[in-house]
Design a protein around this ligand. Sequence first.
Ligand SMILES: [Zn+2]
Ligand SMILES: [Zn+2]
Ligand SMILES: [Zn+2]
Length: 220
Amino acid sequence: MDNDITVRGVFSFRVEFSLQCPRCDRPLPFDGPLEKAHCNHCQSDIDIPRSYWIENLANSCRKMQNTESGMGTASMLIGTFHGNLTLARFDPYCDNCKTFFEDPWNLVHGSRYVCTECGTEYPVQQPPGWLSSEVPRINTLINAIFSEDDSACGADSGMIPESISCPSCAALLEVTGTTRFVKCKYCSGQLYLPDDLWLRFHAGKRKRRWFVICEYMDEE
Ligand SMILES: [Zn+2]
Ligand SMILES: [Zn+2]
Ligand SMILES: [Zn+2]
């Protein structure tokens, strides 16, 4: 296995990335090198400059090349944005059942990898052009999102309705987490979904991990 990787000249690492919303300070998950993000708490839109991703991902590749398999680092980011970046040197695996991918170094861009154990699908993509041109050693992204339109695909599960009782009339309401304000159909009162319930709907998004397949490079 180890020989194989060296011969092919690539390795992979797992990424978990979140930034603090500059408006409300809540953590905002980044499920890939997204240029825009929407904060569900304060409803503000945040722009992430490409240079920010380029710098952080180039550093990550450098750091992970010298990290032993199974080991990782967690960094607090400061500067333009505050956040957390957790990296771990792992071959691609299914986040649902922890089975390693079969033949992970020959995945086809634009396809979906289907876990051999549990059937969970993972999008396999070429990095966006602006990233490839600056960090050409990044070869493939697995389970990453780079535009808001992609967010429907991948390992996220659908929304399962939850019940909450209306604070005004105590009627039991079914909510799906599409909006934070819900109108009670019995008393027409407005209710604001509490944090724990809101996060239950959006937790799948928060936990999404992505993998970067990267070429080995000699350091100068
Ligand atoms: Zn916010
Ligand atoms: Zn699986
Ligand atoms: Zn009500």
